[in-house]
Design a binder for this molecule. Structure first.
Ligand SMILES: Cc1ncc(COP(=O)(O)O)c(C=O)c1O
Length: 410
């Protein structure tokens, strides 16, 4: 008898995709606002935003309008030309930040690749080739190109891709003395995520960022903030560095900047930017008019005070609610900043983030993980109070169900 069982999503993916990912077993087909619908018509509340990307949820009218308008004008030009959406977006980013100049890329990794190359080139121009050391944090994540994965603080991500890129040192977060001990004359840059996303949703302290700023100044090194995940409103200010009151020399952005359309940006001061002189770096798609038109619309919306106020209000609501619903002993910590929240699992639940993610999906709630111990929540920035409550109810149900089934004392 013929096997007429339909292939699962996972089986279809395993048949034709490179085995790099382990997708969840649903097939999303459309989305609106903070809700995603799968091919069977089931609806899911999106507390993941495509890994902190869909800043304005799905199908935001202003973003759709920008996409439609630009798609009827011109999609792509390459760097042989510049274009109006790219010029406007760069102007807006420089008006809204410390930066004077912008380089557009297509992803977070590419924005960081550009930042790291710029830091080395800038030091090379001023001091020669020996000033090339880059200091980064253990557990940091900066992307998956060979340079960014080497600078990232997870050795397993660069294992087997050698020979390794030289001149990179890792230190432990919040250990100012260890950072100080690495800051010799050969350092060209320190790179930090003000809030470490993949590394467990950990907001660095103001003291640490300020110490990094001071140590960079003393060593004539550049301070790079990777705000690929926490930037563009997610922290409750447009960029997190504003509330830390520590200003970097270079800042990288991506994810939320395009609201779902691929774009990355590297921002720098005039003096630093000069080192990326004609012909030193480039990309075919960077500054693509379609991407820049969409990002321009996203930035207009996200930089509105009401939107940023909503991030702070929903953040308070979620932090308070998560503390309330947490079964005793289930979470060792509820932490993060704005709408990037990490729930660190403890006791009998440690190491089971993926399992809880799947249980949440079963209740119609999409959450992320950050490693095996942390559930990560990153809803759209325009999440409504009602949807925040709906997410908390679903989360409460998932937690209570696991506890009931297993009878943990918690
Ligand atoms: C802080 C940070 N930097 C860089 C990246 C890499 O971005 P992309 O996946 O767009 O290359 C990420 C992605 O998760 C990130 O969180």
């Amino acid at each position: 008898m013929a096997d007429d069982r339909r292939e699962t999503v996972i089986e279809r993916a395993e048949a034709v995709m490179m085995p790099t990912y382990a997708p969840l077993d649903i097939l999303p087909v459309k989305a609106e606002g903070s809700w995603i619908t799968d091919d069977a018509g089931r609806r899911y509340l999106d507390f993941g935003s495509g890994i902190a990307v869909s800043a304005l949820g799905h199908g935001h009218p202003a973003v759709l309008d920008a996409l439609r308008r630009q798609s009827e004008l011109i999609w792509h030009l390459s760097n042989v030309f510049t274009n109006e959406p790219a010029l406007s977006l760069a102007r807006r980013l420089t008006e809204l930040t410390f930066a004077d100049r912008v380089f557009f890329a297509n992803s977070g990794a590419e924005a960081n690749e550009a930042a790291l190359k710029l830091a080395r080139r800038h030091a090379h121009d001023r001091h020669g080739p020996d000033k090339h050391k880059i200091v980064a944090l253990n557990e940091a994540f900066h992307g998956r190109t060979l340079f960014t994965v080497s600078v990232g603080g997870k050795p397993s991500y660069s294992a087997g891709f050698g020979p390794a890129i030289e001149g990179i040192t890792h230190v432990e977060r919040e250990d100012i003395e260890e950072l100080r001990s690495e800051m010799d004359a050969s350092v060209c840059a320190v790179i930090l995520e003000p809030v470490m996303g993949e590394g467990g949703v950990r907001a660095l302290s103001r003291e640490y960022l300020q110490a990094a700023r001071d140590l960079c100044d003393e060593a004539d090194a550049l301070l790079i903030f990777d705000e690929v995940q926490i930037g563009v409103g997610r922290s409750g200010t447009l960029f997190a560095y504003e509330q830390y009151e520590v200003v970097p020399d270079i800042l990288t952005s991506a994810k939320g900047l395009g609201g779902g359309f691929p774009i990355g940006a590297m921002l720098a001061t005039e003096e630093v930017a000069r080192s990326l002189a004609l012909g030193t770096h480039g990309t075919t798609y960077g500054g693509n008019p379609l991407a820049c038109a969409v990002a321009g619309a996203v930035l207009d919306e996200v930089s509105r005070p009401q939107l940023l106020a909503n991030v702070r209000a929903r953040s308070e609501q979620l932090f308070a609610g998560l503390h309330e619903i947490a079964p005793p002993g289930m979470f060792a910590d509820v932490r993060g900043l704005g709408l990037l929240i990490g729930l660190e699992l403890s006791g009998a639940f440690a190491g089971r983030a993926k399992e809880l993610q799947i249980a949440a999906l079963g209740q119609g709630l999409i959450v992320l993980v950050a490693g095996t111990d942390v559930l990560r929540i990153a809803p759209p920035l325009n999440l409504s109070a009602a949807d925040a409550d709906a997410g908390l109810s679903k989360m409460a149900w998932v937690c209570a169900d696991v506890v009931d089934r297993e009878g943990h004392p918690c």
